[in-house]
Design a protein around this ligand. Structure first.
Ligand code: RB5
Length: 152
């Protein structure tokens, strides 16, 4: 699985930690920065990671800012991007299974490194259930989300 990852200055340190972890786990990674603690604007990184998913250069994405809110709002403005801010493991997997979440947002000023690693594990191991026979209701709901998206 190819993972695109990005962060602003608030999320930089956690991004580096997660990159090390995901490298050890054998994932193919595309790191869109930022690469220092110098102040930057989170929408720029949300856009880069979102585009990588839109262009199918990545299967899923991870975005980190201070709260996780800014990158989540920005990413969800992009067509085909279904981002969730998840600070509990249940949501990190259920968001994929039921809602087709393809981008996990984290707040580095809210959670610690170990929880972040567990959240990423849950997110990456989960599979969308909407294309399985028992998942018809999930697909129906996701299709309604897509209809809203297409209305603009
Ligand atoms: C940067 O200080 C901070 O505003 C940003 O990382 C994020 O928390 C926005 O949601």
């Amino acid at each position: 699985m190819r993972i695109a990852i990005g962060a602003d200055h608030g999320g930089y340190a956690l991004k580096e930690n997660l990159l090390e972890y995901l490298r050890e786990e054998g994932f193919e990674l595309i790191d869109f920065g930022t690469n220092s603690l110098s102040s930057v604007d989170y929408p720029d990184f949300a856009k880069l990671v979102g585009q990588a998913i839109q262009e199918k250069k990545a299967d899923r994405g991870i975005l980190i800012c201070g709260s996780g809110v800014g990158v989540c709002i920005a990413a969800n403005k992009m067509k085909g991007i279904y981002a969730g801010l998840c600070h509990d493991c249940y949501s990190a997997s259920q968001g994929v299974e039921h809602d087709g979440m393809n981008l996990l947002c984290l707040g580095s000023r809210v959670i610690g490194e170990e929880l972040a690693r567990s959240l990423v594990d849950n997110f990456l191991k989960a599979e969308y259930l909407g294309d399985q026979p028992q998942g018809e209701r999930f697909a129906r709901r996701v299709n309604k989300v897509k209809a809203i998206e297409n209305e603009g």
